[in-house]
Ligand binder design. Structure first.
Ligand SMILES: [Zn+2]
Length: 235
């Protein structure tokens, strides 16, 4: 019995060693890069293979619809534009920049994830981007899932403050939200369910990952109730 246990232990140890070696191997890719920005239709970034710095790599930028998981667009190009900033920080010759064009207007209104790959290697870093009628055409930083509630100028909801917010601004529907300023700084632009809001208010009960959305009428606040939503900071 003891012998069997010992054998099992040795086998387990061997399996772990093999797994660790496999993981180490998977992580030793010499491909490195970054998605830098989304400005209008242009997505900029860089990618190189530190083991082969003389050869420019082929990169693929993939745009995935975050709600459906569908690939909405995929563009392949050569990463061979000169980037002095890369050379300055010791990344080879610096000739590894690229730009690709994505026609956001042709895509359905949604939040998209943008990822970068070369061959079999997909970089873990991604950017988020929202399209649609709203003026949101910025880079989105995901803040995670928040509880959302609603308030209105009625005495009960506003604790007697009416439309007066803590920032001094008058609360406006489809614009004003109250936040916990330890989680979200005042004045932050936020994207919640495709609508852009600004953090203009605080509330006694608004703590942590909780956002209180301003509406004109108490009926609308009742309709909203308590929901969960993915919240993005627009930068
Ligand atoms: Zn109310």
């Amino acid at each position: 019995m003891k012998k069997t246990r010992l054998l099992a232990g040795v086998l387990l140890a061997m399996i772990f060693t093999i797994l660790n070696a496999a993981c180490a191997f998977a992580h030793t890719t010499t491909i490195d890069g970054h998605l830098d920005s989304i400005e209008g239709c242009a997505i900029a970034g860089w990618l190189w293979d530190s083991a082969d710095p003389e050869t420019s790599q082929t990169v693929t930028v993939t745009v995935t619809n975050k709600s459906t998981g569908e690939i909405a667009a995929s563009v392949t190009t050569e990463a061979n534009e000169h980037r002095e900033d890369l050379r300055n920080i010791g990344i080879g010759t610096g000739d590894y920049g690229f730009h690709v064009g994505i026609d956001w207007e042709s895509l359905p209104e949604a939040v998209y994830s943008v990822s970068l790959s070369s061959g079999d290697v997909t970089l873990t870093q991604t950017l988020s981007h929202a399209t649609g009628d709203s003026s949101v055409h910025g880079t989105l930083v995901p803040l995670g899932t928040f509880k959302t509630t609603a308030y209105c100028p009625c005495y009960q909801c506003s604790e007697g403050w009416g439309r007066q917010t803590s920032s001094g601004a008058l609360a406006t529907a489809n614009y004003t939200v109250a936040v916990d300023r330890r989680v979200i700084p005042m004045g932050s632009r936020l994207l919640i369910n495709g609508q852009e809001y600004v953090a203009q208010d605080v509330g006694g009960g608004v703590k942590g990952n909780h956002i209180d959305i301003y509406f004109n009428t108490h009926g609308e606040t009742r309709q909203h109730g308590v929901r969960n939503a993915e919240v993005y900071l627009i930068v």
